[in-house]
Every structure is written in C-alpha cells, then in structure tokens.
Design a protein around this ligand. Structure first.
Ligand code: DAH
Length: 363
C-alpha cells in the first residue's frame, strides 16, 4: 500500500499541473477519485489489512487524498481564470468602429435631451459649465445664500436631511454652486450649473428629485439689462421662435436683490400650449442681481463686483417645450412613455443643425 501511495505521489502533482483544460483536469480527477479511481481503489483495499496496518495506511491515504483534492482545486482555479481571460481577449469590442445609425431601440430621456439643449445654447453664449455635489452642506445650500437657520425660506424648501448629521442635506437648489464657484475662482465669472435637486414634494408638477440649472455672471459692470437680454435670447433659441415675450415680476429670493420671477408669453387656446407673445403668461424661472451679502461671504467686495443669477427647473422646460403633462411620468421608467417622448441617440442638439429636430421630439 505504501509503495502504491508513494508512486502516485510521484506522478500525480505533475499530471495535474500539466493539464491544459478543465476537461483534462476532470478526467484526472475521475481517474484518481472517481468510483473506480486509483485512490478510491486503495481506500477499498484498506479493509483487507490488519487493524494496525489499516490505521497507518488509512492516515497516509487520507492525507494524500486531501493533498490531491487541494491540488485539483487550485489547478481548477488557475484554468478557470485562464479560460475567462482567453474569452475576454477574444471578445474585445472595437470602439473605434462607427456606430450603427439605425439604433432604433434606445432612447434619450427628455430631461437629458433638454439639459443638453440648454447647455448647448449657454455654451454658445460663452457660459462655462460648473458642478456641485448632490449631498450639500448647510453652508452652501442655505447659510451663504443668506438663508440663516430661522429663515422661512428653509421651511418652504421641504429639505431632505441626511441621517446622523446636522450639517448635510440633499441640495434643495443648485444655487449652492454659485457659492462654490465664487469661492474657487475670481471674476469674471460666467457659469451655468445643471444638476439634480431634492425636495419632499409629490404631485403633478413636483417630484422628490428634479433638475435645475443655475446661472451666475459676476464682473464689475454686469447689470439687469444684461440679465434680461441674455434670458430673452436664450428663450428664443430654446423655444425656436423669435416671437418671445418675457415679463419680469418683482419677487423675493434671499440671495438676490432685487429679485424677479420671469414669465414667458404663451397661448393656451384650444387646449394647445404655444410659446408666443400677446395672450397669456407662463411662469418660467427666478432671477435677480446677486445680493451684496452673498458676494461678501464669498470674499468679493460688493463695491467692486456685481452680477446676476438665475435658476430654473429643467424638467419644467422639457414639459413646456415637448408638451409633457405630468412631471411624475418622467421618473416612472415606463418603456411606452420613453418610446413616445424620448429622443434618438443621434439627435445631438446643436445651435447650427437644430435643437429639437423638426420642431418636436422625433418618435
Ligand atoms: N434657487 C431658487 C429656487 O430653487 C431659484 C432661483 C431664484 C435661483 C433666483 C437663482 C435666483 O439663482 O437668482 O427656487
């Protein structure tokens, strides 16, 4: 018995390590440990031995069996990894190939499309893009924007607070990016900051997560006339009509002075919503001149620097432009909805080739 084990001990490790495939390895496993395998046969032979010999040979055989099992397992892992690597190597995708223009099944979400449209226009107007974190601290979301803890504007914004912190919130507005930008660079500043925002709200025109885009321009002479002309020009390009009327109503935001809400002229005749001057008004966005206290908090001297800010809901712009009635449907992940309202992947907005593709979502 000992000789037989010794002989196997000589040959088995090499044989296992030389296997090239999982099939070969399994053949060896069966030859050794299978029903009629050589180790199994030796096990069976133990019964014929004297009790002493049986104990000795049994221990030896068991140790050997464990060694062989471990060896096979380790070779199996090696072969599996090699097999996977070979598979991955043979399946590489050539990302330099042109994509197929008939990508008919995928759709771009209207929010993504409209965000892209807005950024395209602002980029053409010389705005840079800025970003801030979704999990914002109290200072950037409220305090530095002139909203101290007791301010009623805090209640109005139905904030989500992060668990176990007193300081962190899911940002209720993109306005915090104004602060982050002024902290990190000196004027002239001309940025737009798109992103997700969060409030505890849910009805036809409110969802707990929605999208805003913030604008900020700071230098030494930017004034209300610039704000008005920039927004008017933007609306013309975005809604793709020259017949745009904007109305600025006095309003209140803690971080601007004076503050306005801007409405766009529209028509709601026969249940159809059209952007045009003359008949009716539709609320669009908030804006104003950046409050001197906000500038001061960011280390800018309000006697030297001034500028405007604006902020609006991207989802709202998508609803207005593409006639989408219920905001909640944006986040239902319903395939029928996305097929209807979504855009083809190659509908890349550009001011020159067109923004909305034949004046509406291509379906
Ligand atoms: N942050 C405001 C809101 O969420 C919108 C806003 C109003 C942004 C006026 C501005 C602004 O930058 O100047 O309701």
């Amino acid at each position: 018995m000992e000789e037989k084990i010794a002989a196997l001990r000589q040959s088995v490790p090499n044989a296992v390590q030389q296997t090239k495939t999982l099939i070969q390895l399994d053949e060896i496993r069966v030859k050794l440990l299978g029903k009629n395998g050589s180790i199994t046969e030796l096990m069976k032979g133990l019964g014929a031995l004297s009790p002493e010999k049986k104990k000795e040979a049994g221990q030896l055989l068991n140790t050997f069996k464990n060694e062989v099992t471990a060896l096979i397992e380790s070779q199996k892992a090696t072969l599996e990894e090699a097999e996977l690597n070979a598979k991955l190597a043979s399946q590489t995708a050539d990302i330099t190939l042109p994509c197929r223009p008939n990508t008919h099944s995928g759709r771009i979400h209207p929010v993504a499309q409209v965000m892209e449209e807005m950024l395209t226009i602002f980029a053409q107007m010389g705005f840079e893009m800025a970003e801030g974190p979704d999990i914002e601290d109290d200072f950037h979301n409220f305090e530095a924007l002139n909203i101290p803890p007791s301010h009623p504007a805090r209640q109005m914004q139905a904030t989500f607070f992060m668990e176990n912190t007193t300081d962190k919130v899911l940002r209720t507005q993109t306005s915090g990016v104004q602060i982050r930008t002024m902290e990190s660079k000196k004027p002239p500043i001309k940025i737009v900051a798109p992103g997700r925002t969060y409030r505890r709200d849910y009805d036809m025109t409110h969802t707990p997560m929605f999208h805003q885009i913030e604008g900020l321009v700071i230098d030494t002479e930017t004034n209300l006339a610039h704000l008005k002309s920039t927004l008017t020009e933007f609306m013309k390009l975005f809604f793709e009509t020259d017949d745009v009327a904007l109305r600025f109503r006095p309003s209140y935001f803690p971080f601007t002075e004076p503050s306005y809400e801007a409405d766009v002229g529209c028509s709601r005749k026969n249940g159809e919503f059209v952007i045009k001057s003359g008949e009716d008004w539709c609320e669009l966005l908030g804006c104003g001149m950046v409050h001197p206290d906000v500038l001061r908090t960011c280390g800018l001297d309000p006697n030297v620097y001034q500028g405007y800010a604006f902020g609006c809901g991207i989802d709202r712009f998508a609803m207005l432009k593409y006639g989408i009635p219920d905001l909640r449907s944006f986040f239902d992940a319903d395939m029928r909805w996305i097929k209807h309202y979504g855009f083809l992947p190659l509908d890349i907005p550009s001011v020159i080739s067109g923004l909305s593709f034949n004046g509406g979502a291509k379906r």
